[in-house]
Write a protein that binds this ligand. Structure first.
Ligand code: ADP
Length: 169
């Protein structure tokens, strides 16, 4: 599956609130398969309960990836519409435990129903990041736990700052 320019392009969608080393690992593995990867921050303008704004999440992804082969963007609405708009042909998702599978399977089937030509590719998490989730990282950091190694250094600095702002409010 290639675009008219002969490139294989994938969209890696998620909330990325914030971007973790588990996400980074999936991006790096995707670059072995695809020419370009668009890391797409999904947000809901009406009810987004994320800690970071879509713009902050895009900035963190760009800081952590730093290659012209990775683009970061934000979108709302249907994923398959976004994939089409961006000229990609595939969706990449990461799989951690079996617990991810049921939900991922349902979503992949729904997306296939909506756009049969768009393929979802699953990439297994690395052992080192099997237990890393953005939610848990936020929880541990907010309780003062050390999250070094679980998220990129730039993300950690922003997270510490953000949590301080939040408690000061
Ligand atoms: P999270 O579940 O961490 O809040 P997202 O909703 O942003 O993350 O997930 C985006 C994608 O990244 C999903 O496909 C999810 O399964 C995958 N992912 C999240 N954390 C990891 C990890 N530690 N290793 C591999 N894939 C991951």
């Amino acid at each position: 599956m290639k675009n008219p320019r002969g490139e294989r392009v994938a969209v890696f969608p998620g909330s990325f609130d914030p971007f973790t080393n588990g996400h980074l690992d999936i991006v790096e593995r995707s670059l072995e398969i695809f020419d370009r990867v668009i890391v797409a921050v999904a947000f809901n303008a009406a009810k987004d309960s994320a800690l970071f704004s879509p713009q902050e999440r895009v900035e963190m992804i760009l800081e952590a990836t730093r290659t012209p082969r990775v683009v970061a963007d934000a979108f709302s609405g249907l994923l398959v519409d976004y994939v089409e708009r961006s000229g990609a042909q595939s969706i990449v998702r990461g799989l951690r435990a079996v617990a991810d599978f049921e939900y991922e399977f349902q979503m992949a089937m729904m997306n296939r129903h909506l756009r049969p030509r768009i393929e979802t590719i699953f990439i297994m998490a690395s052992e080192a990041h099997f237990y890393t989730s953005a939610r848990l990282v936020k929880e541990v950091a907010s309780l003062g736990g050390d999250v070094t190694g679980l998220i990129p250094a730039g993300v950690r600095r922003r997270l510490v700052r953000k949590l301080k702002e939040k408690t000061a409010r």
